[in-house]
Design a protein around this ligand. Structure first.
Ligand code: AHR
Length: 321
């Protein structure tokens, strides 16, 4: 009998004993997290731990400190421990075939959280993530409207090189501005999704552009880099949100504070609750073998200062941030 079949039968037996609740009890799940590069990432970690606790799932957590080799090591460790399933937020898109084949051979379902991989979809059970091209598009469309009729030079802070959000958010934004020749990306560099790097790279952009007078807008692939860049813009004697418009992605509490202060203009929300939908489909699969769709896509909502930023800030503060 295969390992998965045994787990499903065990789950069903327990479900019956529990009065047909339909839940597979006592799951052990390994979670290979990227690290804690951003406020959003830290929130995703806390939400995942809370979701696991709520459902009685034994979560084995491994922080990869931003390194793919650590993620691969952690996944191999989970396989050796014989966990029931593995969650992984892949730091970069390539290089996963071997280790995911090993999980497949061990019949351990893998769920990708918040980032995609280059490779066969057979390597994982499902992926819970946003439509990252759409996120970039939403940000770009906001700028197209905001800068209508004006020449607008944009500087771009990219996420981690080789990660799916960096690739897709760039693509989506470029698609959105493609029909507007007055909007041009004049500089683009990675800020690795961190506040410190966002500030440092923005300082470089400002210097290279004669102090920044020539820059109309900043597009950052996440809010943390935008918050770092806002600081750099202020230190350069310019007003973020006015002299240089700021549009980014994530919708973490600090960007709403910046919006309330007039220093940021738009953000696209990425929910930190990827684990809820992931555990829902996993529990269902363990209980009765239902295969989830290959992709579970979360919402990408645009927020601007018109959306009561301080109220959203307070609401968000309680959500794992
Ligand atoms: O994969 C999601 C991205 O990773 C978030 O937008 C960013 O903040 C994080 O580091």
């Amino acid at each position: 009998m295969t390992r998965i079949l045994k787990t499903m039968l065990l789950g069903s037996a327990i479900a019956l004993a529990l009065g047909g609740s339909g839940l597979a009890a006592d799951l052990t799940v390994g979670f290979s997290q990227i690290g804690s590069e951003s406020g959003w990432r830290a929130a995703e970690t806390s939400v995942t731990k809370l979701e696991a606790e709520k459902r009685g799932i034994d979560l084995k957590f491994a922080d990869a400190q931003q390194k793919q080799e650590n993620q691969i090591k952690a996944i191999r460790g989970f396989i050796a421990q014989g966990v029931d399933a593995i969650l992984v937020a892949p730091v970069v898109a390539t290089g996963w075939e071997s280790v995911l084949e090993e999980a497949k051979d061990a019949e351990i379902p893998v769920i990708l959280l918040d980032r995609g991989i280059d490779g066969s979809p057979d390597l994982y059970m499902t992926m819970v993530a946003s439509d990252q091209v759409l996120e970039g598009k939403v940000a770009g469309e906001w700028l197209v409207k905001d800068a209508a009729g004006k020449e607008c030079n944009v500087v771009e802070l990219q996420g981690t090189t080789g990660s799916s959000p960096a690739i897709n958010r760039k693509k989506g934004f470029e698609e959105a501005i493609a029909g507007t020749p007055t909007i041009k990306i004049i500089r683009s560099q990675t800020g690795d999704f961190t506040r410190a790097k966002g500030k440092e790279v923005m300082e470089g952009f400002l210097k290279a552009e004669g102090g920044g007078k020539n820059i109309c807008a900043l597009y950052a692939h996440n809010d943390d880099m935008a918050v770092g860049a806002i600081q750099a813009i202020k230190e350069a004697g310019l007003k973020p949100g006015a002299d240089i418009k700021v549009v980014s992605i994530d919708a973490v509490p600090d960007i709403f504070k910046a919006m309330a202060d007039g220093e940021a203009n738009a953000t696209v929300e990425l929910t930190p609750n990827m684990a809820g939908p992931a555990f829902d489909v996993l529990e269902k699969f363990m209980a009765d073998g239902t295969m989830p769709p290959k992709q579970i896509i979360t919402e990408s909502k645009l927020y601007t200062p018109a959306d009561e930023p301080m109220k959203v800030y307070e609401e968000k503060k309680g959500l794992g941030y």
